[in-house]
Design a protein around this ligand. Structure first.
Ligand code: SF4
Length: 276
């Protein structure tokens, strides 16, 4: 048995194990045409645009235009063009230093095989392989140091966006990517590694977190925490919660945490289908 988890799925496991169970164990995905929230669609279009602008367009002067074209194509495909103005404002707000990055990297993904710690609680898993995969939004080597940049987007006001950015500081995701990057590229071990969040809003603002150095101790702690979380996915049961994440959850209508009556399975099958 292999235990194969992605950094994105681990973040969801942290946020809500029930949602993780719907998405990664039962493999429900929204039926085409059933939409998804505006925030999700805007965020996905911004991410697609950024990736296309940075990675496909080598002429830095054309990157914003390429990003907008890709985002427009994405929204047109999903018949969601009413989101275009906000998405364009967000892309215009991306700081110039990001568009200027000469050699941006976003490999297909990092994929690392880890040994399962010889602890009693993992006894049933000892014969398994633990594989952790992940793909940071962007990383690059600039000024003799590695930088991992995580992009976020929101439709919130500036004050709410600022407090959101502060909360990202506690998200393990950039550190998880730092661990995978270090373990995939030992030849870069001599370079200091930093992480940073960049948050753009569909109202046209941008907020940047400070750069956080991931030193040797932070790397060791983050690796330990990453392996623990990855293995918990194999030994812990799904668990519902009532939390702030529920209001942004695509499964809310079907989740029996929120349903008072009706059949959750029927609700799931109405909007979702199972991936093969
Ligand atoms: S609605 Fe809330 S409890 Fe239910 S799956 Fe979504 S985040 Fe979890």
């Amino acid at each position: 048995m292999d235990i194969r988890v992605s950094i994105t799925s681990l973040q969801m496991f942290e946020d809500c194990r029930q949602k993780w169970f719907y998405k990664y164990v039962e493999k429900w995905r929204a039926r085409s045409g059933s939409g998804g929230s505006s925030a999700m669609n805007s965020g996905a279009a911004i991410a697609e645009g950024l990736e296309a602008g940075l990675l496909l367009e080598t002429n830095v002067l054309k990157r914003v235009d390429t990003a907008k074209e890709r985002a427009l194509a994405y929204l047109t495909e999903r018949q969601n063009t009413k989101l275009v103005p906000g998405v364009e404002r967000a892309l215009d707000a991306v700081p110039q230093w990001i568009w200027d990055i000469q050699v941006p990297v976003a490999e297909d993904k990092f994929e690392v095989l880890y040994e399962i710690p010889a602890l009693d609680k993992y006894e049933d898993l000892w014969s398994a392989d633990l594989i952790i995969v992940g793909k940071p939004d962007l990383w690059t080597i600039m000024n003799d140091r590695i930088k991992i940049i995580e992009f976020k987007s929101t439709g919130d006001s500036d004050s709410k966006a600022k407090s959101k950015l502060e909360r990202y500081y506690y998200s393990p995701q950039p550190l998880d990517y730092a661990v995978l990057l270090r373990d995939t590229h030992p030849e870069l071990a001599h370079l200091p590694l930093y992480t940073q969040h960049v948050l753009v809003t569909t109202r046209g603002s941008c907020f940047e977190s400070e750069e956080h150095l991931v030193g040797a101790r932070a790397y060791a702690r983050a690796k330990d925490a990453l392996l623990t979380r990855a293995l918990e996915t194999a030994i812990l049961e799904p668990q519902r919660h009532f939390g702030v994440m529920c209001d942004w959850c695509e499964f809310k209508e079907a989740c029996d945490t929120w349903r008072f009556g009706g059949d959750p399975q029927t609700a799931l099958e109405f909007d979702f289908e199972k991936r093969a």
